[in-house]
Design a protein around this ligand. Structure first.
Ligand code: FE2
Length: 282
């Protein structure tokens, strides 16, 4: 197996979304900054309620999936299908917008830390108009794999740690996404196969770590090179926490208009008409 190098660093930029929630956006900060099949990655994290209280009132999506991973905090998801889901410390909400969903994501706390990530995973043309769906994944249903030097929470996909294969909480997607939250102890190391078929990134959100000889940048999408089939992580002296996000590229044109992601302009125009006429979710 050969090591994958660090190809590119996309530092997250501070911005705000929803009704004024402060976030850091790496992938998706501009429309040409994506990592097929991933459209966007937002980090939110604040101990100041003013940064998150406004939340994300009712809004639509079509054509992709959103994956929200709450590290700390409490949000309530509600959608037009009647789903209600509490997203709490360590839980994940996996929402398939498909042909259309209208939902809100509102904080259920007035103080304290709110911290987590939202990832947008594109759907191939053949799946964009599927039925909308929603899955609440409880923290205890996310496999946690211990190894010498740390632990790995496997939200989605399959990984092999020390020769042993593990399946995440959400294995069944055509882009075969891998989503892992890796905690490394000070000086801890981890070697993981990441198949050549997958594009991938590392998002360091605490501590320091390197990929092979390359230092990872904090709060940035550290994009993996296409030159190998495994990664080797080494934590610095304070340890590290980072996300590994990888998936099979779809290789189709992407036309995005805000919360709608289709393949052509005509499909976006149709989506806007459907939304205007109340047929987005019909
Ligand atoms: Fe949303």
């Amino acid at each position: 197996m050969t090591l994958r190098s660090l190809k590119q660093i996309i530092p997250a930029l501070e911005t705000s979304d929803g009704a004024g929630v402060r976030i850091k956006r790496s992938i998706g900060q501009q429309q040409n900054i994506r990592l097929d099949p991933f459209l966007m990655l937002d980090e939110f994290g604040s101990a100041d309620a003013a940064d998150y209280m406004a939340g994300f009132p009712s809004h639509p999506h079509r054509g992709f999936e959103t994956v929200t991973y709450m590290i700390e905090g409490h949000m309530l998801h509600e959608d037009h299908l009647g789903n209600r889901g509490n997203l709490r410390n360590g839980g994940v909400q996996w929402m398939t917008a498909g042909r259309g969903i209208i939902h809100s994501e509102m904080p259920q706390q007035e103080e304290g830390v709110m911290r987590g990530f939202q990832l947008w995973l594109n759907l191939p043309a053949a799946e964009k108009m599927t039925e909308a769906g929603y899955r609440d994944i409880q923290p205890e249903d996310i496999p946690e794999i211990a190894f010498e030097g740390g632990t790995l929470k496997l939200i989605a996909g399959s990984v092999t740690v020390n020769g042993q294969a593990h399946e995440g909480a959400v294995p069944d997607r055509s882009t075969q996404p891998v989503y892992a939250d890796i905690h490394l102890a000070p000086g801890g190391t981890l070697a993981l196969p990441v198949p050549k078929t997958h594009s991938g990134m590392l998002y360091l959100y605490e501590g320091t770590a390197s990929l092979g000889d390359s230092e990872l940048q904090r709060s940035a999408a550290n994009i993996l090179g296409d030159d190998g089939d495994k990664i080797e992580l080494n934590a610095g002296e304070t340890g590290a926490r980072l996300l590994l996000i990888a998936g099979r590229p779809i290789g189709e044109p992407v036309v995005q208009y805000g919360p709608f992601v289709m393949n052509t302009r005509e499909e976006i125009e149709q989506t806007l008409r459907d939304y205007r006429d109340g047929r987005l979710t019909a």
